[in-house]
Design a protein around this ligand. Sequence first.
Ligand code: FUB
Length: 327
Amino acid sequence: MMIAINGKQLLFTACLVLTTTVGLSQNPLNFGEGMLSADPSAHVWEDGRLYVYASHDEPCQEDFWMKDWRVFSTDDLVNWTDHGAIMNVSDISWADNYAWAPDAAFKDGKYYFCFPAGTGFKDRVNPENSTKWMGIGIGVSDSPTGPFEDHIGAPLWTEPYANDPCLFIDDDGTPYLYVHAMGADYKVIELTDDMKAVKGDFEKMDMGGYEPKMEGPFVFKRNGKYYYTIAENNRDLSYYMSDSPKGPWTYKGIFMKQEHDSNNHASMVEYKGQWMLFYHKWYENNSGCEDQKLERKINAEYLYFNKDGTIKPLKRTEKGLTAKYKK
Ligand code: FUB
């Protein structure tokens, strides 16, 4: 059926479609034209803004050779400010590459930026020739947007090899560090109060007998319960719950399936009374790279809990976050 439409009606309809599209499609998050970022770690600080600390992909980069970290912030979940590079591997004396998934924390008036970085080369064909090493560093700043200075001028430790730090400060101020590492998955270590060193050794946590291959541990607390979330098999997002930051943990299952056979990495935060999940998603590459088909951008979804505290399974949407928080 043909519908007759005059010029005014057409303009009105076009405006409506545009407004609806702009208003409803927040994924990927609008961090600026051409910005490729991954591994989001979301935090809300005392100034009332929501900050996303992220790793930064360059178009056509080789094998996750990444050089700097970024932070983006918002106060309406729609308009984001890119605060630029908050640290670069060139600021670090002990690493020159692998600016991978970071985390951030606020303690005793200072902002801390916990980052993995490394050096060397991973030979994926002949692994015995690999020289790659990664460690965990700690940056400090008076501002949530940095710049961050290397707090100790060295990694927190050298063995084991580690990446994907999660720095969780409990309500009593105790800093706990969780990492993904060779031989240190599902382990926790405390930091000293001045955040300059680790205390003792890694402690192996009781995960209730289920320890899949994982990346990207992220811990948060809600209603007195601790949540230990991971990218299970580096793909699906799943979680455990506990009454303590060191476990014992009870596995609660997958709450978001991966849609590509590629890594995922997520964090969760409550902003203005609403919980939300930040994660990265792989898109068809727009950068003209011949041997790299996909590229990463950060997405977000609202996160809902059942009455018993378990997480309701989530679907990826194009809509993502709309500004429906309580003012
Ligand atoms: O972005 C580099 C690495 O890819 C991260 O550290 C992992 O979690 C995976 O997302």
